[in-house]
Design a protein around this ligand. Structure first.
Ligand SMILES: NC(=O)c1ccc[n+]([C@@H]2O[C@H](COP(=O)([O-])OP(=O)(O)OC[C@H]3O[C@@H](n4cnc5c(N)ncnc54)[C@H](O)[C@@H]3O)[C@@H](O)[C@H]2O)c1
Length: 453
């Protein structure tokens, strides 16, 4: 990565937080590498048994370079745990979870991690707001970690996660972050070619993620038979405190892969966005966003995000340099169809390089890389990069929601959205309160200063 002023500020910041971390409760000596050069099975526990958690556990098996066994699972909801178990039982002998190692509730994560021994791997796949809570315990237990993206949704939790990341490095823990495109072999070769100057200096990048509603993007009124906390967690894409909203959850991959190619994080963002027609939905999301990210050298990344039915769809990332044009991803996460063109036209005659198909599956590669690092005791910790990508995503979201230009440092310092998540309970007070009509506050650019809602 290029060194910018912004990067230096972050480094100073990380050094400081590192010093604070050294005296934290989790400070300790590096753990020995439990799995170096052996054939021992690596045990897994899954925290957050939804769609991605179930998929991530499956991908650990699909990597196939190190034998793994799933021994414990945790979720706040029994139905989610049960449906995930029904799927994962299909793994056969590798599924070694029993009723005694299946846990429900807000403290279930601790019980699942207590089933592991130091050097085993815990998968953290809950909504991102809980990442720092669960990562803290994983570090205390000396566990290696695979955590899903995003890893934070605001500045204060980003600072906390950077501090925890430092702590995990000191303990020689291997930590993977689910920005799987970073493990895509096609994008990897593209990045090397771009760094070698094949498209010249990047001046402009464009990222598009436009498709109909997915996940819990839109939410109708809360049913009477479910608690407020339970509702907000089940519909986490609808609530900014839980996920960063659709913005962070959906757009982080495109933002991250563009910044990877650029070799830098942007220093500031300005953005527009709004809710066109949301019917009786009560969630907090805008249905369209347009962000201009600026890098320290003046280059730009334009991001267009839209969640709307019956409109043009596009899920791609593109880079334009002084000598050529690059497709970073053509249509979704995989295959990337990474390619380089001479000049700025994307036609067959201008094609200079394309990664040979079929591309290895990046969701399998991220596990192969993590497990290889564990087995061979290689340095491997993606927390800092994961936090930075998450904060850059938050920076764009904050710019759209406040109507202000937001710098990296501002994003780092804007107030925490949901303090005290380590003490949350299903029937206790919720991080967000609906009005008398059951509607949650939505961002109103220009009306609330730097407060998003
Ligand atoms: N890398 C990718 O391509 C990709 C794809 C999808 C999702 N994700 C990420 O994975 C994470 C989960 O997304 P999902 O689509 O699986 O959502 P999901 O709702 O299907 O699963 C989340 C699960 O976590 C559980 N949960 C919530 N809070 C919990 C807590 N405090 N303790 C224990 N369990 C808790 C929920 O009950 C649910 O079962 C998100 O961060 C999302 O961004 C990544």
């Amino acid at each position: 990565m290029k060194t910018s002023t912004n990067e230096l500020n972050r480094r100073e910041f990380i050094k400081t937080t590192g010093r604070i971390a050294a005296v934290s409760a989790f400070a300790g000596m590096a753990i020995p590498n439990v799995y170096a050069a052996g054939s021992e099975v690596v045990q897994l526990a899954l925290v957050g048994c939804g769609g991605r958690g179930t998929g991530a556990a499956r991908d650990a098996f699909a990597a196939k370079n190190v034998p793994v066994k799933l021994v414990a699972m945790a979720d706040v909801f029994a139905d989610r745990l049960n449906s995930s178990q029904n799927e994962l039982k299909k793994l056969g002998d590798g599924f070694a979870v029993t009723p005694d190692t299946s846990f429900i509730g807000f403290d279930a994560y601790k019980k699942a991690m207590d089933c592991l021994k130091p050097g085993d791997v815990v998968i953290l796949a809950t909504p991102p707001a809980f990442r720092w809570v669960h990562f803290s315990y994983a570090i205390a237990k000396g566990l290696n970690v695979f955590m899903e993206k995003p890893v934070t949704v605001d500045g204060p939790t980003s600072r906390r996660m950077l501090q925890l990341g430092e702590e995990s490095v000191k303990k020689n823990l291997k930590v993977g972050v689910g920005l799987m495109c970073r493990h895509c072999r096609a994008r990897g070769e593209l990045s090397e070619r771009i760094q070698a100057g094949e498209i010249g200096d990047i001046l402009l990048m464009r990222a598009y993620r436009m498709h109909p509603a997915v996940g819990s993007f839109a939410s109708g009124p809360k049913p009477a038979d479910i608690s407020e906390v339970a509702y907000q967690i089940r519909r986490f894409h609808s609530f900014i405190w839980a996920s960063g909203g659709a913005f962070n959850d959906f757009y982080i991959h495109n933002i991250d892969e563009c910044c990877w190619m650029k070799g830098a994080w942007p220093v500031k963002a300005r953005a527009v966005g709004g809710r066109h027609f949301r019917g009786s939905n009560v969630d907090q999301n805008f249905d369209n966003y347009s962000v201009e990210y600026t890098f320290d050298d003046g280059a730009r990344l334009f991001l267009e995000g839209r969640v709307m039915d019956n409109c043009l769809t596009d899920h791609s990332s593109l880079a334009q340099g002084t000598k050529g044009f690059a497709v970073i991803s053509a249509d979704g996460h995989m295959p990337s169809h990474a390619a380089i063109y001479k000049g700025q036209k994307r036609d067959d005659a201008s094609l200079a390089w394309a990664f040979a198909q079929p591309e290895p599956n990046p969701y399998h590669m991220e596990w192969a890389d993590l497990l290889d690092a564990i087995r061979n005791n290689k340095p491997y910790n993606e927390v800092k990069r994961g936090v930075e990508a998450s904060l850059v995503a938050s920076m764009g979201r904050m710019a759209a929601h406040t109507g202000q230009e937001i710098t990296f440092e501002m994003a780092m310092n804007i107030a925490e959205l949901a303090p005290g998540l380590d003490k949350l309970s299903l029937d206790g007070p919720a991080p967000l309160i609906a009005d008398a009509n059951g509607k949650y506050p939505v961002p109103m650019p220009g009306m609330n200063g730097l407060k998003e809602y």
